[in-house]
Design a protein around this ligand. Structure first.
Ligand code: DAT
Ligand code: MG
Length: 142
């Protein structure tokens, strides 16, 4: 079993798509070990996306991620990291494959509805940004 971090982004939370997206993830075999709704400051968003700080879209991306509530999810499944990326689809919804979450729900390359860790190293950094050890263990399914 592997764990990964997903975030339902402000565009999707704002359009009441969270329940639909969570149901889709559970339907793909992900177990939800942690879930909360929070709103980041732009400084929080800059810390989360620090790897992108040199990119031209960094200020816009972090302002957007702070523009409304988000729902971070701690997910578990076999091959969770790769499977989540597959279920999400390409970064730009117009390029995302049919049936992927971004193809179905994404608005544009910035407002693309969902984040997913892109590697084991990213997941190991991103999970504790939002969830404590308690969330990682107390919700283990029986
Ligand atoms: P992903 O979210 O698929 O891992 P990424 O890590 O390259 O993509 O970029 C992080 C986020 O930054 C992405 O979800 C949306 C935004 N972004 C990426 N490329 C962009 C672009 N060309 N213009 C505007 N926003 C972009
Ligand atoms: Mg990424």
């Amino acid at each position: 079993m592997e764990r990964t971090l997903a975030i339902i982004k402000p565009d999707a939370v704002g359009r009441n798509l969270a329940g639909n997206i969570i149901a889709r993830l559970q339907g793909e075999g992900f177990v939800v070990l942690g879930l909360k709704m929070i709103r980041l400051s732009q400084d929080d968003a800059k810390r989360f996306y620090a790897v992108h700080r040199e990119r031209p879209f960094f200020d816009s991306l972090t302002a957007y991620m702070a523009s409304g509530p988000i729902i971070p999810l701690l997910l578990q499944r076999d091959e969770a990291i790769k499977t989540l990326r597959d279920v999400m689809g390409a970064t730009d919804p117009s390029q995302a494959a049919p049936g992927t979450l971004r193809q179905e729900f994404g608005v544009d390359v910035e407002k693309n509805s969902i984040h997913g860790s892109d590697s084991p190293a990213s997941a190991a950094q991103e999970i504790p940004f939002f969830f404590s050890q308690l969330a990682c263990h107390e919700a283990e399914p029986r």
